[in-house]
Design a protein. Structure first.
Length: 262
């Protein structure tokens, strides 16, 4: 009888440990805190500073449309509506941190914000080519928030969000969400810096993730979602799956015992 009880206890333990609990699937939990809101430190959301391989969209307009066409990278008039067009129509930051603009030539933009680049270009144009009557208008934007996501995600791959600000939750949602066997407590963000590449871990189950500087995407981020241990066990992720596995194991054990007694 003791052996039977021990066997039943083992089966129940396997059943409970093989399921993925709800607390491992719920994003941004408050962990017992009663506050309805969380204040995000503004220093976390520092303006992005341009790095090599970024693609910028620089638009220069004046009161004279013919003059404005001189500053376009090509003679195309089609609208920007896909990533390939962005690559060919945008200004790619080279390994020296420069972009090459028609008429103006090379301009160093590495480490600058888009606002600082706009002011720099506008200042040069007013000093060298235009006066205030030209109604000069300059806009500078990052050509989409490009990221790569891999691991336990429903739609891994490289995607681009055409927004100025995006979060890691936006990237996950855009990629079909993390699978049930994905470890939301152990999401890795590989980020490029001027001095090299760094890896950061973020726990998306904790509400404090909102305060993390890695919660906000930067261009060319690589996001890796590691698997939970339940996946390596192969016993199932839901109660039904685990129960099916256990019944299969019991059937196999019973068959072996019957065969041995023949």
């Amino acid at each position: 009888m003791n052996k039977i009880n021990l066997f039943i206890f083992f089966i129940l333990l396997l059943f409970l440990s093989s399921c993925v609990p709800t607390k491992d699937l719920t994003y941004l939990q408050d962990n017992g805190q009663i506050k309805d809101s969380i204040v995000v430190n503004q220093s976390v959301r520092k303006p992005y500073r341009v790095q090599t391989n970024d693609i910028l969209m620089i638009n220069i307009k004046t009161i004279d449309p013919k003059v404005s066409t001189m500053f376009k990278p090509s003679d195309r008039t089609q609208s920007i509506n896909n990533e390939q067009t962005l690559f060919f129509e945008g200004y790619t930051v080279d390994d020296h941190g420069n972009v090459r603009i028609p008429v103006l030539g090379e301009i160093n933009v590495i480490g600058k914000t888009t606002e600082e680049i706009r002011i720099l270009i506008e200042k040069r144009l007013l000093e060298e080519y235009f006066n205030i009557e030209a109604n000069l208008f300059v806009s500078v934007k990052i050509a989409g928030m490009r990221y790569t996501i891999n691991g336990e995600i429903k739609a891994p791959g490289t995607n681009t969000l055409f927004v100025e600000n995006a979060t890691i939750m936006d990237a996950i949602s855009n990629s079909g969400d993390i699978t049930m066997t994905g470890d939301r407590k152990n999401v890795i963000v590989v980020r490029q810096y001027p001095h090299g590449v760094e890896m950061h871990k973020i726990n998306l189950l904790d509400k404090k993730a909102l305060e993390s500087p890695y919660y906000y995407l930067q261009p060319n981020d690589f996001i890796l979602v590691n698997p939970l241990k339940q996946k390596s066990w192969g016993t199932g992720t839901t109660g039904i799956q685990s129960l099916t596995t256990i019944i299969s194991v019991l059937s196999l054990v019973t068959t072996i015992i019957v065969l041995m007694q023949l």
